[in-house]
Design a protein around this ligand. Structure first.
Ligand SMILES: Cc1ncc(COP(=O)(O)O)c(C=O)c1O
Length: 490
């Protein structure tokens, strides 16, 4: 017989009745598999003796569990754990012995309130998202073909084994060539570290390069997740204004003269969230400042590939002769967010440190996926896909901006973005963006109410409206809903 006296610990001081405590304990053990289906339970008299309770208490508990479907009672044979367990339904709060039970019965832990912010995700077919790619365009056939082949031959060439913490060597070789050819970054595989997307890269870099109390300059506004990472590291955020030419580098220079700035985080190609591109003049000045004041420039080039106003502007990393820029990118916008492959380009000593840091949370990346993507780079599949996607997104940007102009001349203003996958839309101050987003959701159109992007502002009038993931027909439907809510023409 199982040690029921140990399994069912009764607290005679608890507000919950002894019978309820027996019920809860037995349900927990059934759920956890300690009492598998068809287990015979002790008779009520035996259990009552073991637990030192009245037999009626055990009978009441068994009856309750039988009524709920956890137990079955056979008159001649006894009481058994049911072979058909009920669906787990949350118990009404009133039945819980104490509010916050989970914390009182188990361990407790500190909660990071600043991190408890819901992630942005497309929650409806009709979403103007943060600027996500259209996964329907993703080159899945090629990826699946490569993946399948790797799984088939993986046993021979160790692809399925533990491998380099810094990422697949073949991937890093192909990526080095790709980064050189597409954006002039002079990297060798030793300068490259793979991650599961840009966010992980920023997080690991913050762990290594920053210490609590360090000053990190960020745009005002800035990519919120990066701010969360820096705040989580205990650094002091230094907000630098952003205008139509990007982050105000002269304002940064003034701060540098006043005290040390350890790092500046930038999204120069398409600033997040405003989409503006950092001007050539400010780029030169930023690199000078970095060299003179010893500021690490963390360049997050999250959607480099999608630029519509002429050729993409080369990253800061391609012009960084002083070695102050750490470059971060990923394939999550170029293939699909579900395929988590990103990278850092940095000097080999930092790459080595990244490897040590990663090893304790993620022994290595997804080497099979890295290999599959590397083969796509080698075959030119990614490059071909990006050319096609760029064309589609360019058209979608134009269609979307035209729709916004046609329908919301007074209500929404914006600058047509030179690149990226979203419009930074300014709603007229008369519009309550929070109420508008809530009404949109009721009508089947999901978009952010903007608070995610500017949490420090008491009232926000801006939000990002992603166009890339929506077909023209979907955009029209979405804009139609928005127009009808705003009282404009449907
Ligand atoms: C500025 C910026 N950086 C990084 C990321 C995250 O990219 P990843 O999916 O590669 O982690 C995003 C996602 O939208 C982003 O907007």
């Amino acid at each position: 017989m199982l040690p029921y006296k140990t399994l069912i610990v009764l607290d005679r001081q608890a507000p919950a009745s002894l019978s309820t405590q027996i019920v809860n304990a037995l349900i927990r053990h059934i759920r956890q598999g300690v009492l598998p289906a068809n287990t015979k339970l002790p008779g009520s008299r035996v259990l009552a003796e073991l637990l030192e309770v009245h037999r009626k208490t055990v009978i009441a508990a068994y009856d309750d569990l039988t009524a709920q479907g956890w137990l079955v009672q056979h008159p001649a044979r006894g009481t058994f754990v049911s072979s058909q367990l009920p669906e787990v339904k949350p118990r009404p709060i009133a039945e819980s012995p104490k509010p916050g039970l989970a914390q009182q019965t188990g361990y407790s832990f500190g909660k990071q309130k600043q991190l408890a912010i819901p992630v942005l995700k497309p929650s409806s077919d009709l979403t103007f998202d943060d600027g996500f790619p259209d996964v329907r365009l993703a080159p899945i056939e090629q990826l699946a073909r490569n993946y399948r082949n790797i799984l088939k031959r993986g046993f021979q060439n160790h692809l399925l084994n533990y491998s380099d913490t810094n990422g697949s060597l073949f991937f890093r070789q192909q990526l080095a060539r790709y980064l050189h050819d597409s954006r002039g970054i002079p990297a060798t595989p030793d300068h490259i570290f793979t991650t599961r997307g840009s966010v992980m890269a920023i997080y690991l870099l913050a762990q290594i390069l920053l210490a609590p109390g360090d000053v990190v300059a960020v745009g005002q506004p800035n990519y919120r997740t990066a701010n969360m990472i820096f705040a989580d590291r205990g650094t002091a955020l230094l907000p630098i204004p952003v205008d139509e030419y990007g982050i105000n580098v002269e304002a940064l220079a003034e701060h540098c003269r006043e005290g040390p700035v350890r790092m500046v985080y930038v999204t120069p190609h398409h600033h997040h969230p405003t989409t503006v591109t950092l001007s050539a003049e400010r780029r030169v000045r930023l690199l000078q400042l970095a060299e003179v004041f010893g500021i690490i420039v963390l360049e997050d080039d999250y959607d480099y590939d999608f630029h519509y106003a002429g050729s993409p502007i080369l990253p800061l990393a391609s012009a960084d002769s002083a070695g102050m820029v750490v470059y971060v990118g990923s394939f999550t916008k170029s293939i699909a967010p579900a395929f988590r492959v990103g990278y850092v380009v940095a000097p080999p000593n930092l790459i080595e440190e990244l490897g040590y840091r990663r090893r304790i949370i993620d022994r290595q990346g997804d080497t099979v996926l890295e290999q599959a993507i590397a083969e796509m780079l080698a075959e030119g599949d990614i490059q071909r896909h990006l050319k096609k996607a760029q064309k589609v997104y360019h058209q979608r940007r134009d269609t979307f901006c035209q729709l916004l102009r046609d329908h919301f001349d007074d209500a929404i203003s914006f600058t047509v973005p030179d690149g990226g996958l979203a419009v930074w839309a300014a709603f007229s101050p008369a519009i309550n963006l929070t109420a508008l987003a809530a009404r949109g959701r009721e009508q089947g159109l999901v978009f952010s109410d903007g608070r995610f992007y500017q949490p420090d502002q008491p009232v926000v009038h801006h939000t990002r409206l992603g166009f890339a993931s929506r077909t023209p027909e979907e955009m029209e439907r979405g804009v139609g809903i928005l127009a009808s809510i705003l009282g404009g023409q449907p």
